[in-house]
Design a protein around this ligand. Structure first.
Ligand SMILES: Nc1nc2c(ncn2[C@@H]2O[C@H](COP(=O)(O)OP(=O)(O)OP(=O)(O)O)[C@@H](O)[C@H]2O)c(=O)[nH]1
Ligand SMILES: [Mg+2]
Length: 306
């Protein structure tokens, strides 16, 4: 595709160039599109980790990272907070808990704010994952806070979505948001050292029995992230996904590409509409005077679009 000297620097492991590119990706600024067209990516396993606040996502990511580093794999971590437009305290907490990996050249940790993307995922998250992928980080972990719709959207940026739950953390299965079980590829009951973990796992299995089987049934795993228990089993499940024997990942990547094209189209259209203030005002006046309709005016404006 394109050429850009930064692409080679990132592929060779230049962290400063990568860091700068990630900032541009987050802000959608500069000539980031040029760089994105020049980098080579598409092979890293993108693992989305989501779940309610405090279930142990960051501790789990830290433990997974330790296991992956022992296999000499380079790990990219994106901490995304969809609820807040600014990088705030919660993410600072994430950083602190990841402190054991700072200074390790084989780990790249980045917090991203998703500045109020309208009706979808901030493009910067997809782009940032591409950049880490191009930098040779594999897996690329995307940790999000919370379990609402916005967080599910973020997991579409992932090849594999891991939903983390913990006993007694307000995660009673019957109260779970619709769509959550359907969206997850792997279910993890963390804090397995605490009372109620096994009961939660059993309740999850029961809920999965009722769910429509249009997708493979997600495995339910128990972990104690603080003691690195169950981590190897989770790694195995993720590796199996990454091997993609059933083609699910390949399908997911095509879906993701389609979503990104759609989002890029909406952005362009949005930009076009923003730039047509005068025409819109004139159209509104005609409609208010009963001389036209919204559909007619939209049609006229689209004729102008190029
Ligand atoms: N007992 C027990 N505590 C755990 C376990 N895993 C994490 N914790 C503790 O749970 C608390 C929250 O852990 P985090 O890893 O920060 O949880 P999180 O889901 O990343 O939290 P947010 O990013 O704020 O949503 C910390 O005090 C951890 O030490 C576990 O397996 N067992
Ligand atoms: Mg966290």
């Amino acid at each position: 595709m394109g050429s850009d000297p930064r692409a080679r620097q990132i592929a060779k492991g230049d962290r400063r160039v990568l860091a700068r590119a990630l900032t541009q990706a987050e802000n959608g600024s500069g000539d980031i599109d040029l760089l994105l067209a020049a980098i080579e990516h598409g092979t890293a396993h993108r693992v989305g980790i989501t779940g309610a606040p405090g279930v142990g996502k960051s501790t789990l990511v830290s433990a997974l990272t330790r296991a992956w580093r022992a296999q000499d794999r380079k790990v990219g971590i994106l901490a995304v907070d969809p609820s807040s437009p600014f990088t705030g305290g919660a993410l600072l907490g994430d950083r602190v808990r990841m402190v054991e990996h700072t200074g390790d050249e084989g780990v790249f940790i980045r917090s991203l704010a998703t500045r109020g993307a309208l009706g979808g995922l901030a493009p910067g998250v997809y782009d940032a994952a591409d950049l880490l992928d191009a930098g040779g980080f594999d897996p690329v972990v995307i940790e999000t806070v919370g379990v609402g719709q916005a967080e599910l959207e973020i997991c579409r940026a992932a090849d594999t979505t891991v939903l983390v739950l913990a006993p007694g953390a307000g995660d009673e299965v019957q109260g779970m948001k619709a769509g959550l079980l359907e969206a997850a590829d792997v279910l993890v009951v963390n804090q397995a050292d605490r009372d109620g973990a096994q009961a939660l796992a059993t309740a999850l299995e029961a809920a999965l029995d009722l769910r429509q089987a249009d997708r493979p049934r997600p495995p339910v795993l128990l972990t104690t992230a603080t003691a690195a228990k169950g981590i190897d089993a989770l790694c195995d499940v993720l590796d199996e996904r990454a091997r993609d024997a059933d083609g699910a990942l390949a399908d997911r990547r095509v879906e993701r590409a389609a979503a990104r094209v759609r989002a890029a189209l909406y952005r362009r259209l949005d930009h076009y509409v923003e730039g047509r203030g005068a025409e819109l005002a004139a159209a509104a006046a005609r409609i208010a005077a009963g001389e036209s309709t919204a559909a007619v005016e939209a049609e006229l404006l689209m004729d102008d679009y190029e």
